[in-house]
Design a protein around this ligand. Structure first.
Ligand code: ADP
Length: 504
């Protein structure tokens, strides 16, 4: 494998290219019209324009991508995450074209692609799953029957789901029929499939996932867990490895279960088994993601492994270079997903230009991004600006380091969640490790709202705001107030912004 086409964009395309370069492998970037000046394009050895701006016209167009690989003489395709990464048809098409697919076999993607099929497979493999209907429900009556047996609340989920779409919590019988209809419509429009099934809704669980790796020779290992319970709208924002709630015994048990799940579907390459962990220490299989995950860096930092390199080695047909007993976890890693979004405005994306961008650096930090100062956050793609990862010898040290990093981070031009993440990391709910998937929405978001509302704007912030607004870094003072309040050390940041403004 001398050349890899990366069928993706943004930070993950840059991330994959970095390992390729270290391995002496040439990279081919593909891009949409919107992305012609993106970092992933500027950094690639060769580039191919796909045209169009929507994903359907570009990163999801299978024929265009395979054609680009052929034209540039690429030997393999790395799909990153999202887009075509979990599309079994594409994986098959890549291999039929004589290219190497850097991902799991199409058959495993298919088996794990439907949540209901994956659950059935796991039940047969004796892996614990959340209690639920065996398959999709065809009417409200079936859903009500299950809910009465299992007890409310229940969760309606799209079989083809992802990204929290088509998901609805139902707390009583009266609401079930309408919620089912709504979930089915949402599932149909998001995935082209209206199959919805019902699960028992676990109250206040943790989301813990296990990274697994398998080769094509029947070897499979687990690389510890990631704590992903800090979520908004069922989507992760802060991740850690390891989890403060997982003992060595539980780690081994979940790890072995994840390996069992991988073997049950004939897995190869990188994959993740997601579990819900309840307060009693019982855990349940949720789903398997058949790709590299967004939050893979925290695993890389605590294992010392390069997961993209392992993916390439496995795709080449090599055996896994390590055995389970060689996997040693060291220290602690925390990742914050820095988003361009309006936290208090419902976490809606905040589009615009990164007119000013000063990411942090220094000891123990890693930043994965696909942006640079001047980049545009467009409405076409996910508004993630970067992933900031801090490593420390233990959890306390990693959190302190992340707080230091977030206080150095400065962005103007779009609203970000930096201040909110900083607020979260400082709270006891986070520090104690004693949080669940609902802690943000139940406790931390209301607390943050109150904090911002009571945050007084100091006169020198206002002066800085006006200076910035004049330079069009901020559009108005309300925007500024919110952004500044977002950052706990408000006046210091304003001062720094004003200084940057004056000096260039
Ligand atoms: P998606 O594929 O849409 O991201 P997942 O099945 O991975 O959906 O679930 C995403 C999140 O939704 C979980 O991390 C958890 O917070 C919540 N969730 C999913 N299933 C349940 C359940 N049965 N009980 C409680 N929370 C759940």
């Amino acid at each position: 494998m001398k050349s890899v086409l990366i069928a993706n964009r943004g930070e993950i395309a840059v991330r994959v290219a970095r390992t390729c370069r270290e391995m002496g492998i040439r990279t081919v970037a593909v891009y949409s019209d919107v992305d012609k000046n993106s970092l992933h394009v500027l950094e690639a050895d060769q580039t191919v324009a796909l045209g169009g701006s929507t994903p359907a016209e570009s990163y999801l167009d299978q024929a265009k991508i395979i054609d680009a690989a052929k034209r540039t003489g690429a030997d393999a395709i790395h799909p990153g995450y999202g887009f075509l990464s979990e599309n079994a048809g594409f994986a098959e098409r890549v291999e039929k074209s004589g290219l190497i697919w850097i991902g799991p076999p199409a058959s495993a993607i298919t088996k794990m692609g439907s949540k209901t099929e994956a659950r059935a497979l796991m039940i047969d493999a004796k892996v614990p799953v959340v209690p639920g209907t065996r398959g999709a429900v065809s009417n409200a009556q079936e859903a009500i029957e299950f809910a009465k047996k299992a007890g409310f609340p229940v969760l309606l989920k799209a079989a083809a789901g992802g990204g929290g779409k088509g998901m609805r919590v139902v707390r009583n019988e009266a609401d079930l029929e309408a919620a089912l209809g709504a979930a089915q419509r949402e599932a149909k429009s998001a995935f082209g499939d209206d199959a919805v099934y019902v699960e028992k809704y676990l109250e206040e669980p943790k989301h813990i996932e296990v990274q697994i790796f398998a080769d094509k020779h029947g070897n499979a290992i687990y690389l510890g867990e990631r704590e992903c319970s800090m979520q908004r709208r069922h989507q992760k924002i802060i991740e850690e490895a390891p989890s403060a709630a997982v003992s060595p015994e539980l780690r081994k048990s979940m790890g072995e279960t994840a390996v069992m799940a991988a073997k049950a579907c004939g897995y190869a390459n990188a994959g993740t088994c997601e579990f819900l962990l309840d307060k009693t220490g019982a855990y349940y299989f949720l789903e398997m993601n058949t790709r590299l995950q967004v939050e893979h860096p925290v695993t890389e930092l605590v294992t010392g492994l390069d997961l993209v390199r392992l993916q390439i080695e496995v795709a080449r047909g090599n055996k896994l270079p390590i055995k389970q007993e060689d996997v040693k976890l060291r220290g602690h890693a925390v990742e914050v997903r820095v988003y361009a979004e309006d936290v208090l405005g419902g976490f809606l994306p905040s589009t615009g230009k990164l007119s000013l961008w000063r990411p942090p650096s220094g000891p123990g930090l890693r930043e994965d991004t696909g942006m640079y100062e001047g980049s545009e956050i467009s409405r076409f793609y996910d508004p993630m600006i970067s992933k900031l990862i801090a490593f420390g010898e233990n959890r306390e040290a990693a959190i302190d380091r992340m707080l230091r990093a977030l206080s150095e981070y400065f962005i103007a031009g779009v609203m970000t969640n930096i201040g909110f993440c900083k607020f979260v990391l400082e709270r006891d709910e986070f520090r104690s490790g004693n949080f669940d998937t609902g802690t943000i929405e139940r406790i931390l978001l209301p607390a943050y709202r109150e904090y911002v509302e009571n945050c007084e704007v100091q006169p020198d912030w206002l002066a800085a705001a006006i200076a910035l607004a004049n330079r069009q870094y901020y559009t108005d003072v309300t925007f500024f107030k919110r952004s500044m309040a977002d950052v706990q050390s408000g006046w210091k940041t304003a001062g720094r912004a004003a200084a940057l403004n004056n000096h260039g």
